[in-house]
Structure formats: structure tokens, C-alpha cells
Design a protein around this ligand. Sequence first.
Ligand SMILES: C[S@@+](CC[C@H](N)C(=O)[O-])C[C@H]1O[C@@H](n2cnc3c(N)ncnc32)[C@H](O)[C@@H]1O
Length: 215
Amino acid sequence: MPRPTPEIGGDHQRLMRYWDRHARSYDREMRFFDRHLFGESRAWICAQASGEVLEVAIGTGLNLPLYADDVRLTGIEWSPAMLAIARDRANRLGRTVALQQADAQALPFDDASFDTVVCTLSLCAIPDDRRAVAEMTRVLRPGGRLLLLDHVASSAWPVRVLQRLLELVTVPLGGEHFLRRPLHHVRGEGFRLDHHRRVKLGVVECLVARRPSQP
Ligand SMILES: C[S@@+](CC[C@H](N)C(=O)[O-])C[C@H]1O[C@@H](n2cnc3c(N)ncnc32)[C@H](O)[C@@H]1O
């Protein structure tokens, strides 16, 4: 049985509204970054998904056309405006997907509900990324796979300096982080890495990790 959705409150409401305001321009802005920074990574990550799949912070649903036809897809997102665009896209694609408003830091699903959890370009924006990874772990079945794509702290220090400067603006404005490393949280949760790739001066990180069968 699904858990009740906890209320999203305080500063999180402000960040949610930030994404509401950016929903209309999001696809246009992402087209540039997908072309020049993330390349084929989205398509590659989504191609690894199978079975009962949860996409966390699904945004406008840019990944929807990239999943295999036989995956059973659920998507959560906290911005109603982003979610509305994802819903339209799913309808246009004729793709069945259970979409609901929820907070990635308190997922409204029972333990061990999914075979695959996907999260692309969102752990940089979720306020507590460690808690979000812990929640993704909780809802994954033992042996299930976590698929992550994000921009992270570069492996080159001059780029990290630029990222630090960028964060001075982007964190207070919209909660967008550039110096995070979700990999550390994934390791902390005891996952085994099946695949790990870091490109573009270490800024773009892609990983496929398996939740251990035994805790
Ligand atoms: C950069 S966008 C990425 C969207 C999509 N995953 C993609 O790959 O295009 C970040 C998304 O994370 C969502 N988000 C941030 N914090 C969240 C949270 N705590 N719970 C649910 N969604 C969240 C934002 O509303 C936004 O849609």
C-alpha cells in the first residue's frame, strides 16, 4: 500500500515555486546542455531501466521517450507545473505512467517497491541529497538497481573554483548545487557499482549501482 504523501513545507515551498516558474522554459534550456554536456547519457541510463521503475524528480518528463516499452513507470516530482508538462508529454507519447506530486526526501512508497530507481540531473537540486538517496535505497528491492546521472564536482580544481563561484548565486536562488558527489551517498548505502563513468572534466557522472541482496 502506498504511504500518505507528507506535506512539503517551509523553504521547500519556495524551491518548489522556483521550479514552477521555470517549467515553461525548462525543455528549451535543457536542449543546449543535453546536446553539449550530457550527450547520450540520458538515453544510456534509461535503457538500463527494467521492471517496476520509479523516476524520482521526473521534471517535465524529458526521459519518457527513452524507456523501453515494457517498463512499468512511476514518476514523482514536487513542482506541479513541471508535473503538468510531464503529464502532457506522456499523453502525447501514449505512454502509461503513474505521475504524482511528492517529495524525493520522503517518498510515498513502501519499502522494496521497485526494481529500478532512476534519477537524472536532480540530486543537484534536491535539498537533502543524502536523504533522497536513502529514500531511493529504501524503495528499491534487494538486488534492484539505482541509475543516476548528474553534474557533480569536477575532477579539475580550476573548474571546481568556477563551480564554487556559480554556487554563490545558484544555491540561494534555486537550490542548484555544483559541488555534490552522489556517489559517496550511494557507497554509504552499501550499493555495489556495476558501472561508473565520469566525463567532461569529471563534471558529468553516470552510475549504475545494485542494492545488496543482504542488508
Ligand atoms: C534540473 S531538474 C531535472 C528534471 C529531470 N529529472 C530531467 O532530467 O530533466 C530538477 C528537478 O528536481 C525537482 N526537485 C527538486 N527537489 C525535489 C524534491 N525534494 N522532490 C521532488 N522533486 C524535486 C525540481 O522540481 C525539478 O523538476
